[in-house]
Write a protein that binds this ligand. Sequence first.
Ligand SMILES: Cc1cc2nc3c(=O)[nH]c(=O)nc-3n(C[C@H](O)[C@H](O)[C@H](O)COP(=O)(O)OP(=O)(O)OC[C@H]3O[C@@H](n4cnc5c(N)ncnc54)[C@H](O)[C@@H]3O)c2cc1C
Length: 383
Amino acid sequence: MSTYDIAIIGGGIIGASTAFELAAEKLRVIVLDRREPGREASWAAAGMLSPAPDSPRDLPLAPFAVQSLRLYPQFVAAIEESAGKATGYARDGAIEVFFSTEAGSERDARLRELRQLGIAAEAISADTAREMAGATGAEVHAALFLPHEGTVEPRLLIDALLAAARNRGVEVRGSCEVSKLARDGDRCTGVVAAGEKISAAHVILAAGCFSSQVASEPSLSGLAPTRPVRGQMLALRPKTGGAGLQRVVRSQRGYLVPRKDGRIVAGSTLEEAGFEKQVTAAGVAKILAATLEMCPELADAELVEMWAGLRPGTPDDLPILGPANVAGLWIATGHYRNGILLAPATAKLFREFITGSNVSFDVRPFSPSRFAGRELWAAQTAT
Ligand SMILES: Cc1cc2nc3c(=O)[nH]c(=O)nc-3n(C[C@H](O)[C@H](O)[C@H](O)COP(=O)(O)OP(=O)(O)OC[C@H]3O[C@@H](n4cnc5c(N)ncnc54)[C@H](O)[C@@H]3O)c2cc1C
């Protein structure tokens, strides 16, 4: 039987960044992934680092998202230094475009909303948007520039992060499915993974949309009610001399994210399709329609890749972060559409939780207790 200070279930961006952060405390950390680590949602993501809310349901997340964006430069610097690998981080800002006859008033309402949340944004003309983006269609009638937003290349980031974690002494095991949490009365004492008991003083559940499957036993019911929300993506390569893109462009219907190799990643869909990761005709049609509305110059771009990933959704679209109702068990999941952005703040938070330091964010809106049965929670917290 192996013994660790921390066992982390899931080697996506959340598990890996938390492991990297905790390893700086000289703790013995193991990350367990049932597949090759980093090949689920974290691999599929677009890589936008945008704290701007997508819907009113995102509003409680904005302060945490803004903090996480602030942590990004030091987060990627530490990873790149430790791994000696690039993460594709860029901080070029993003452009939001508006099309309707009401474009000006929609843009102004959005500007007020962003400023109230402390998110820097400025109104720009459609012509300026065209110049700053490198391309956007003639139908754009109003635009906003969000200067502090950035991007990463998620596939580079997760590979660099796993290498950086290993260099700090984290043990990363792939093809190692956690089938069960090990319990001793009211305490979680480790996990059972690939038939082996792995003991740990703390277990962190970071299994993305699969977290609900791991925490499925009745006594944990409701702690991590994640579900998969499919997102399809395309990559386009503009014709030589054709439309290039300087920075992220997005509308209410989709987004375009430039990669350093000249490709443009286009997304996405939000679908309740269970654990199916197919790319569908309707999904591709939707993404292409939004793409060509934003940037008609891409009509002759080559379609070079299509893929889909499963976001870890939750009943209120907010992440689930904090101690479970069982001593030694922690939940770090449900990052839904923002897990790449939220990784640095999540990792910092769990370092503070586990080392018993002052917690520097107000994470009460994200408490695991909000979904768990009240009686269950009261019984556990009273002991
Ligand atoms: C199409 C798309 C676009 C996105 N774009 C963005 C974006 O632009 N910006 C942004 O911030 N976010 C974006 N996201 C969201 C982001 O990708 C996720 O929030 C984030 O990757 C979640 O990370 P995670 O580590 O929790 O989950 P995952 O990356 O899914 O990792 C979970 C891991 O747990 C493992 N696992 C599951 N069950 C077990 C088990 N029983 N035992 C061991 N291991 C297990 C899995 O194999 C997996 O590797 C996007 C997501 C999608 C799908």
